[in-house]
Design a protein around this ligand. Structure first.
Ligand SMILES: NC(=O)c1ccc[n+]([C@@H]2O[C@H](COP(=O)([O-])OP(=O)(O)OC[C@H]3O[C@@H](n4cnc5c(N)ncnc54)[C@H](OP(=O)(O)O)[C@@H]3O)[C@@H](O)[C@H]2O)c1
Length: 285
C-alpha cells in the first residue's frame, strides 16, 4: 500500500514513519514542510496526482496552544484549511484519511473521562481549530478515522520538547518544580499511539475514536512519576491552574475514555506509567 504521512518531523508523525519503516510492508512518503506543506493546495493536489496514495495518516498540526490564542489565523490555516485540503484530495481519490484530534475539543468541565459521544465545546483557539479539522473530515469523507488523543510525549527529530523533557529541564536547573494538580488528562506515548493507529486502519472500522495510554493523571502526578522513574529527589510544589497565567483558558478534566476502539475492536493502549518507563530507558533520562 502507498501511505502518505503528514508532519513527519513531529512526535507522532516520526513515530508512524518509524513503525512503517520497521515493518517494511508499505511504500511510505513522509510529508514535512516546506515540500509537504499541507496548507498549499497545489502541493497537496500534485502529490495525489503524481504519487497516488492509498491511505493518508495526518498528525501534522499547528500545536502551539498558547501562540494560537495570539495568532488564530495561523492555527486555523493549518488545522482547519490544511485538513480541508487533505480531506478534499482523499474524497476525490476515494481513499481513507486518519485525522488526529485532541482532548482540547472538550471544555474540561466533565468530572469523569470523556466518551467519543460527549458534546464538544472547545474553549481555546487551538481546540476550535482542531474541531474545524474534524468537521471537514466528517463532512467531506465517507472513509475516515478521527482519533482524539492527549498529552503526547516521545522521541522527535531535532529539538525534543514535551512535558517530560521540559519538567526534567526545570528540575535539573532549579532542584524544585511547581506543577498544577487540577489539570487532568492522559499522558500518551507517541510510539504506542502510532502502533495503535496502524492497528486501527487494518480494521476498516471507520469512525470516531479516543486512543491514549490507559489511565489519567494530573500534571502533578505525571511529574511525580517522571521524577520517581528517573530517580530524582525533587521537591514538587502543587499549584492551581487559576494561579498559572497563560493566554489559553484553563482546561481542568479533559481525560478521554477509549470506549469505541476498546469495546468494538479490542484496541487499547498499555498504562501510561509503563510507556513512560520505556521512554525513560530509551532516552536514559
Ligand atoms: N502534543 C500533544 O500533547 C497533543 C495532544 C492532543 C492531540 N495532539 C494532536 O496529535 C497530533 C500530533 O501531535 P505531535 O505532538 O506529534 O505534534 P508536533 O510534534 O508538534 O508535530 C506536528 C508537526 O506538524 C508539522 N506541521 C505544522 N504545520 C504544518 C504544515 N502546514 N504542513 C505540514 N506539516 C506541518 C510541524 O512541523 P514544524 O514543527 O516544522 O512546524 C510538526 O512537525 C496533532 O494533530 C496534535 O494536534 C497532540
Amino acid at each position: 500500500m502507498r501511505i502518505a504521512v503528514t508532519g513527519t518531523n513531529g512526535q507522532l508523525g516520526s513515530a508512524l514513519l518509524e513503525w512503517l519503516e520497521k515493518w517494511g510492508r508499505d511504500e511510505v512518503k513522509g510529508l514535512a514542510k516546506p515540500e509537504g506543506d499541507i496548507t498549499d493546495r497545489a502541493k497537496v493536489n500534485h502529490l495525489f496526482q503524481e504519487w497516488r496514495p492509498e491511505l493518508v495518516l495526518h498528525p501534522a498540526a499547528y500545536t502551539l496552544v498558547d501562540q494560537a490564542e495570539l495568532d488564530p489565523a495561523a492555527a486555523y490555516r493549518v488545522n482547519g484549511l490544511g485538513t480541508q485540503n487533505l480531506a478534499l484530495a482523499c474524497a476525490a481519490a476515494d481513499i481513507p484519511l486518519v485525522y488526529i484530534s485532541t482532548n482540547c475539543v472538550f471544555d474540561g468541565n466533565k468530572p469523569t473521562p470523556y466518551y467519543e459521544y460527549d458534546a464538544v465545546n472547545p474553549t481555546s483557539v487551538y481546540g476550535r481549530s482542531k474541531l474545524a479539522g474534524e468537521f471537514y473530515v466528517q463532512t467531506l469523507l465517507r472513509k475516515f478515522y478521527i482519533v482524539r488523543t492527549s498529552w503526547v510525549f516521545g522521541p522527535k527529530p531535532g529539538n525534543e520538547s514535551n512535558f517530560v523533557t521540559k519538567i526534567l529541564k526545570v528540575a535539573d536547573e532549579r532542584g524544585a518544580a511547581s506543577v498544577v494538580d487540577d489539570e487532568i488528562s492522559n499522558p500518551t506515548y507517541a510510539p504506542d499511539l502510532a502502533a495503535a493507529l496502524l492497528e486501527l486502519v487494518e480494521t476498516r472500522a471507520y469512525g470516531l475514536y479516543h486512543l491514549m495510554n490507559e489511565g489519567a493523571a494530573s500534571r502533578y502526578a505525571f511529574a511525580a512519576e517522571i521524577f520517581r522513574q528517573t530517580k530524582r529527589q525533587i521537591e514538587i510544589k502543587p499549584m492551581k491552574l487559576a494561579d498559572f497565567k497563560r493566554p489559553t483558558p484553563p482546561l481542568y478534566q479533559s481525560a478521554l475514555h477509549n470506549f469505541a476502539a476498546s469495546e468494538n475492536l479490542g484496541i487499547r493502549l498499555r498504562p501510561w506509567q509503563e510507556a513512560l518507563a520505556e521512554y525513560v530507558q530509551l532516552r536514559n533520562f
